[in-house]
Design a protein around this ligand. Structure first.
Ligand code: DX5
Ligand code: ZN
Length: 233
C-alpha cells in the first residue's frame, strides 16, 4: 500500500547545550525572540554517552520561560541520551517536556517505553545513532510522533555532520511516507545554514541547531539564514 502525507512545516529546534550556561534562562528567551520553534534539551548521563549535562530540575526551571512574548508556548523537545530510560522519562514529563525522544538501544523494552512516555501526556520520538540500524521502526513507527536521526555521535555539540546520515534520512522519509502518518523527521548534529537545504532535500522537516545559533552574536540573523536556505529547497 502506498500513501503520502502533506509536507510538515519546517521547524528549528535550538539545542541549549551550546548556550551560555551562566545565563541559561536569558539564552532560552533570546533564541525564542530570534524565532526558534522548539527548545531542544540534551540530557546526557555519562553512561550511555561520555558526557554529563542537565536533568529534570533545570527543565522545570526553564519551562516558564519557554514561550513567546505574546505568551504562545514553545515546546520543550527533550532528547534523552540516558540508560536506563523509563524513570528519567517520567521525571521529564513531570518537569514540563512536550516531546521526549530516546534511543532504542538504551531501552530493554522499546514499545513499553513509547507507551510509558505517551501515558505521561507527552509526544514520543525515537532517536538513532549514526551506526544504529532502523530495525525498531518496522514495529513502532506507527506509534511515534517523531523520528530523530543523529548526524553526529551523541555526547557533544559542535561536531561535523556525518554525510552518510543523508541516506538514512532518505530511508526514514520513505518509511514515513508509507505509514501515511504525519510523523516528524528530526535531524540532530552539525546543522548549519550551509547544509540545511541538503538535509531538507533528503527528507528532514525538523532541524536541531546548537553551535550554529549560540556560537554567533546575532541569533535572529542565523534564523533568517536557515529560513532562507529552507525556502530555496
Ligand atoms: C549531541 C546533541 C546535539 C548537539 C547539537 O549529542 O544531541 O543536540 O548538541 O549541537 P550542534 O548543532 O552544535 O551539532
Ligand atoms: Zn540532541
Amino acid at each position: 500500500m502506498t500513501s503520502s502525507t502533506a509536507p510538515l512545516t519546517p521547524l528549528i529546534s535550538a539545542s541549549i547545550l551550546a548556550a551560555d550556561f551562566t545565563r541559561l534562562g536569558a539564552e532560552v528567551q533570546s533564541s525564542i525572540a530570534a524565532g526558534v520553534d522548539w527548545i531542544h534539551f540534551d540530557v546526557m548521563d555519562n553512561h550511555y554517552v561520555p558526557n554529563l549535562s542537565f536533568g529534570p530540575m533545570i527543565c522545570q526551571a526553564l519551562k516558564p520561560l519557554s514561550k513567546k512574548a505574546d505568551g504562545t508556548p514553545i515546546p520543550i523537545d527533550v532528547h534523552l541520551m540516558v540508560q536506563p530510560v523509563d524513570e528519567l522519562a517520567v521525571s521529564f514529563a513531570k518537569a514540563g517536556a512536550n516531546l521526549i525522544s530516546f534511543h532504542p538501544d538504551a531501552s530493554t523494552h522499546v514499545h513499553r517505553t513509547v507507551e510509558l512516555i505517551r501515558s505521561q501526556g507527552c509526544q514520543v520520538g525515537l532517536a538513532f545513532n549514526p551506526a544504529e540500524p532502523l530495525a525498531a521502526l518496522e514495529w513502532v513507527l506507527q506509534d511515534l510522533d517523531l523520528v530523530l536521526i543523529m548526524s553526529v555521535n551523541p555526547g557533544f555539540g559542535g561536531q561535523s555532520f556525518i554525510p552518510s546520515s543523508l541516506r538514512k534520512i532518505e530511508a526514514v522519509r520513505r518509511m514515513i511516507e508509507r505509514s501515511g502518518k504525519p510523523i516528524r523527521l528530526e535531524v540532530d548534529g552539525g546543522i548549519k545554514p550551509s547544509n540545511i537545504a541538503q538535509v531538507a532535500q533528503a527528507g528532514a522537516d525538523t532541524f536541531v541547531a546548537g553551535s550554529a545559533i549560540f556560537g554567533q552574536p546575532d541569533y535572529a540573523s542565523v534564523l533568517q539564514q536557515f529560513r532562507q536556505a529552507l525556502r530555496s529547497t
